[in-house]
Design a protein around this ligand. Structure first.
Ligand SMILES: [Zn+2]
Length: 256
């Protein structure tokens, strides 16, 4: 009887230790031991068997518990990273919109073409992230009465500079929307390029030739005078379309 009691005690202890899932197995072993004879030997075997089963069950439980915990952690990490990606993307799109608006507004008025492009961009961003926070931030940018570079910087400073640099073409296109890139717009683009150059140490002005740069070059295709594309490093032949990339030394400053 002592054996049975011990067996019960051990089995209980094991069962308590291994938890819910093991109770069935250990409990069955104890019941078997008690019912069959109360014999220490039988109970002992049953207990041994029960313990073996319980141990097996325990390692299985712990294994799957570990797995459950780590997969839950992985899920949470993935969710955090996904949210971070979304937040970064939204920040990048705010920067894109702010740059467009900054360039378009730099001559003080929004031309109809500029407004149409800003509206389009606004809707495009909102359709991608249709939530009230995004809408109100876009409207906040759109309603900024004085979008100077200091205001713009708030929207671009936390965004990867290579991403900002990828918006330079859009900036040029925005400036050209109303058919005429004004000096104020050119100045704004210059500030953006200068900012990127200062921030990164990479030369975003390297491809930039001042408007008063003179290109004295003849087209190799047709012999016509090549035309400088402002704020780009290209000279294009207006007649046959042949173009070449320029380095600053290919150009000379025009004396005014
Ligand atoms: Zn030509």
């Amino acid at each position: 009887m002592l054996g049975t009691i011990l067996a019960v005690a051990v089995a209980t202890k094991v069962a308590t230790k291994v938890g819910k899932a093991a109770v069935g197995a250990a409990g069955a072993a104890v019941a078997t031991g008690a019912v069959v004879a109360g014999a220490a030997a039988v109970a002992g075997v049953a207990t041994a068997a029960g313990t073996a089963i319980a141990n097996k069950q325990r390692s299985k439980n712990l294994g799957s518990a570990d797995y459950a915990v780590s997969s839950e952690n992985a899920r949470r990490e993935a969710e955090v990273m996904r949210q971070r990606d979304i937040n970064n993307t939204i920040k990048q799109l705010y920067a894109k919109f702010a740059i467009c608006y900054y360039i378009a507004l730099s001559d003080g008025v929004l031309a109809a073409e500029e407004k149409a492009e800003l509206d389009r961009l606004c809707v495009e961003i909102y359709n991608r992230f249709p939530n009230p926070g995004v809408k109100s931030e876009l409207l906040k940018i759109y309603n900024t009465p004085n979008m100077n570079f200091i205001v713009l910087e708030r929207y671009i400073r936390d965004v990867d500079h290579t991403v900002i640099a990828s918006f330079l073409t859009l900036a040029d296109e925005t400036a050209a929307l109303d058919g005429n890139t004004t000096d104020a717009e050119k100045q704004s683009i210059y500030k953006l390029r200068k900012y990127l150059t200062d921030k990164t140490g990479y030369d975003y002005l390297g491809n930039y030739l001042h408007l008063d740069t003179d290109v004295n070059m003849q087209c190799q295709g047709c012999g016509s005078s090549m035309k400088l594309i402002p704020y780009d490093n290209k000279a294009v032949c207006p007649y046959c379309g042949h173009f070449i990339y320029l380095k600053p030394r290919d150009c000379s400053r025009r004396v005014r």
